[in-house]
Write a protein that binds this ligand. Structure first.
Ligand code: BGC
Length: 808
């Protein structure tokens, strides 16, 4: 059974039933104000930081799942229902949710009444705007009571869930006209508040949760809605909400639209009060006036659509397979922008409280959006670099609001520094903006200790070299990319977090993966060194990379594949000598991407071993065999039941490394086949197995050792977005910016016969036609009608249009 379909022309995913296996969500907003919204209107919104400035309350892990959102209720002559199905759950004659780029429209129809709610965060506004359209399709007049509902939270979401002895006495509201103001804590140190207003006069309102629901009643049958009569309650402590009552009569065929605004406002500290005890509402009135008519909402939606149209014009493809096109042209890029904005903070699997911005995560996310928003990528790059320590190591996470490193997690993840080189290289290759390398950036956010961005990169590169282990491979520290491979932790206490518990001091545990990453980063590093005016450093870098390559081949090769690591005792991890965890995906993908073992044939053998031992119908497993018991000397990886998470699931972040590695060997069939196994638009065909949204990647898919093989978990905020983007767009379709020009080097399966890629880069437009029918010995490239040698098209000046033809 399918739960929906792609509407490619509208760039929407259309969900046709409330009963998807899991809430299928979308994101509203791309600047400062964000909302999460499920297909039945569950979710919440926040300003900038989902922990410190959360506007509405959401209860994770709730029963039933996904209770709580910005809801509308209708009382139609005693018949109570919700246009978004939830929270009432009354059966609908028709249900449709359209998740678009930055907006969601949910439509419910019951007994001839059609109610459609459009949810969006307009660009430049710190608010969610909801347009509710009601149409009477029946042949009798209908008199309706309509109720809105939003539950305010106290903004520090962690405190909101723990500190009841204080919080239940704090709630304060004001009501002015048709707007409810949430002003809890405004009397003291806050100079911001939330509001929820509507563009028509009210028949009544409620601001107290218990008055609205009634004693011990739930979301589905609030007393006020069932009785059709608001209480005009004023919250005082307990749980402030906002609900508007609007009474309407619709003649047969008549339609009406209402506009609701759920917003966030700030006042300068010295202009907080309109008069003593009354909040200054000027910014709120201005906000309400901006969205007071359906026409203004239409304009905001058109503006949002135009924004995405423009963004997505930086890379698009037309191929023989609509599933390829919809991933590449729409959903993968959209997910990359969402992960850029939110890192790993707020999704239906990330509570908005737990994690800030990951250092390595943010660096890798940049690979997915740098071609769309180069200015914001530049800013992000400098922010991340500022959380590096003077010795080249880095904080593992930083806080989005303060941009400061997170002391609770600290540092010691030895792959982190190298990802900064990966991100910087991607940025400079995309934009040509070499000035960034000379830009001063503090270390550890200390203005007294500053170096150029290039100096940061230099320290990143040398951090690996300064921290080599007994075999000459980089020391792993707390962990490398796999946060759960904790070789120095030795935790035996159930409540200890693996990532922060004091590690054993030891300079033995080494990572072959970091070695591969080092070699992979070296060419970009050398190019940036040369550009920044340090040719001898560029030379030296090439030497270091060659030596590391030799070290990997000497000590990181297991005979048929690359080893994963050496542990604290110097024992091999990821070797055929091991009882479990004999082969791991990470070093195979990364080492081959880096080119290690390609001339020797080792690369090919490693990838063949991946295919044979780790390949499944649902993607490539992290390792095999899965660990069946807990190993203190390996850490968290062995804490998961076999087949889940870091213990042998399909980690969608690491799969594209193998796709790229396959392309490096020219094996396009295999690369594409791996991509197809995990790409959501293909997994749409098995929704009851996959269960999560078929339009975005999930972090992981349960592996073959798990009872629920093929089931996805943790959708949306994952490095899978950026790396799958790199794999499909830059390596399989093969269009990628390099130092000397745009490389066009597709590595395609036979089934993609003719393609057209449109790429905007450094202000020029490249129209690329790829003929994959007759197979030539080596591809022929024709640029503006002239054959060229090789596959690099020199960068054209801004405004130029370049026609490229590739005959494979
Ligand atoms: C983290 C990544 C990490 C991955 C593998 C994710 O949850 O955000 O930083 O590389 O897990 O452990």
């Amino acid at each position: 059974m399918r739960f929906g379909f792609f509407d490619d022309a509208a760039r929407e995913y259309v969900i046709t039933t409330p009963f998807t296996p899991h809430p299928w969500i979308n994101y509203l907003g791309s600047e400062d104000f964000f909302g999460l919204i499920s297909h039945t209107a569950g979710g919440y919104s926040f300003y900038r930081d989902p922990r410190m400035r959360r506007l509405t309350r959401y209860r994770y892990n709730n029963v039933p799942t996904d209770a709580g959102g910005r809801y509308y209720y209708l009382n139609d002559g005693g018949d109570v229902w919700s246009p978004t199905w939830a929270p009432v759950g009354a059966p609908l004659d028709r249900f449709e949710c359209r998740h678009g780029l930055g907006y969601t429209t949910i439509t419910g129809e019951r007994n001839g009444l059609v109610a459609e709610v459009l949810y969006l965060v307009p660009r430049g506004a710190d608010a969610e705007v909801h347009r509710l359209r009601l149409r009477n399709q029946s042949d009798r007049p209908r008199s309706l009571h309509l109720f809105s509902f939003a539950e305010f939270s106290l903004w520090n979401a962690l405190d909101d869930q723990t500190n009841y002895q204080r919080n239940l006495s704090l709630g304060e509201v004001e009501v002015e006209g048709s707007a409810v103001y949430h002003v809890t804590e405004y009397r003291e140190r806050r100079n911001h508040y939330a509001l929820y207003g509507v563009n028509v006069p009210l028949a009544g309102f409620d601001t107290d949760r218990e008055a609205f629901f009634g004693l011990r009643r739930g979301w589905d049958q609030p007393q006020v809605v069932v009785e059709g009569r608001a209480r005009n309650s004023l919250a005082s402590g307990w749980a402030p909400i906002a609900s508007h009552q609007i009474d309407l009569t619709l003649e047969p065929g008549e339609e009406t639209s209402l506009v609701f605004v759920l917003g966030y406002c700030e006042n300068p500290p010295d202009q907080k009060w309109e008069r003593p005890g009354v909040v200054e509402k000027a910014p709120a009135r201005a906000l309400l006036a901006r969205f007071a008519t359906p026409g203004q909402v239409d304009a905001a939606l058109a503006d949002l659509r135009g924004y995405w149209e423009d963004l997505l014009s930086h890379y698009s493809v037309r191929s023989d397979d609509p599933r390829v096109d919809r991933m590449v042209n729409i959903w993968n890029q959209y997910q990359c922008v969402v992960t850029f904005s939110l890192s790993r903070s707020a999704s239906y699997f990330e509570s908005g409280i737990g994690r800030g911005m990951g250092f390595r995560d943010s660096c890798q996310d940049l690979l997915g959006f740098v071609h769309l928003m180069p200015e914001r990528a530049r800013e992000r790059l400098l922010d991340i670099a500022a959380t590096q320590f003077p010795d080249g190591s880095t904080y593992h996470q930083y806080q989005p609001l303060t941009k400061r490193g997170n002391h609770e997690v600290g540092s010691g993840f030895n792959d982190d520094p190298l990802w900064l080189i990966e991100a910087a290289g991607a940025y400079v290759r995309e934009t040509g903006d070499v000035s960034v390398l000379g830009t001063p950036v503090p270390f550890d956010n200390d203005p007294a200790d500053t170096g150029t961005l290039f100096e940061h990169l230099r320290r990143s590169f040398h951090y690996s070299l300064d921290n080599l282990g007994p075999h000459g491979l980089p020391l792993i520290g707390r962990a490398d990319w796999n946060d759960c491979l904790n070789l120095n932790c030795f935790s035996t206490e159930p409540n200890e977090p693996f990532q922060t518990t004091a590690n054993r001091a030891g300079r033995t545990a080494e990572s072959v993966f970091i070695a591969g990453l080092f070699v992979h980063c070296a060419p970009d590093y050398a190019a940036m060194a040369r550009t920044a005016g340090f040719p001898e450093e560029a030379e030296a870098a090439a030497g270091h990379a060659a030596r590391m390559t030799a070290t990997v081949l000497a000590h990181g090769w297991d005979g048929e594949w690359f080893l994963r690591a050496y542990d604290y005792f110097g024992e091999k991890v990821g070797s055929r000598e091991c009882a479990e965890g004999q082969i791991f995906i990470e070093p195979q993908g990364m080492c081959v991407m880096a080119g290690i073992g390609v001339p020797e044939g080792a690369a090919e053998r490693a990838l063949d071993a991946v295919g044979a031992r780790l390949g499944t119908a649902h993607g490539i497993l992290l390792h095999q065999p899965a660990y069946t018991r807990y190993h203190p000397e390996l850490g968290e990886i062995t804490s998961y039941p076999p087949g889940y998470k870091e213990n042998a699931s399909v980690f969608c972040h690491a799969n594209p490394w193998v796709m790229i590695a396959e392309c490096r060997l020219g094996r396009g069939e295999r690369a594409f086949d791996y991509w197809r196994r995990i790409a959501p638009a293909f997994r749409e065909e098995i929704p009851e197995v996959h269960r999560l949204e078929p339009y975005v990647y999930a972090q992981m898919i349960a592996g073959r050792d798990a009872p629920r093989e093929g089931e996805a978990k943790n959708s949306w905020l994952t490095g899978a977005a950026a790396w799958n983007w790199v794999a499909i767009s830059q390596h399989i379709l093969g269009v990628r910016p390099e130092w000397g020009g745009l490389r066009v080097s597709p590595c395609l399966p036979a089934q993609l016969r003719g393609l057209e890629v449109v790429r905007r880069c450094r202000g020029a437009l490249y129209r690329i036609t790829i003929e994959n029918r007759a197979r030539h010995q080596s591809p022929r490239m024709i640029v503006n009608g002239h054959p060229i040698e090789g596959s690099v098209v020199p960068y054209a000046p801004p405004g130029a249009v370049v026609a490229v033809r590739v005959e494979m």
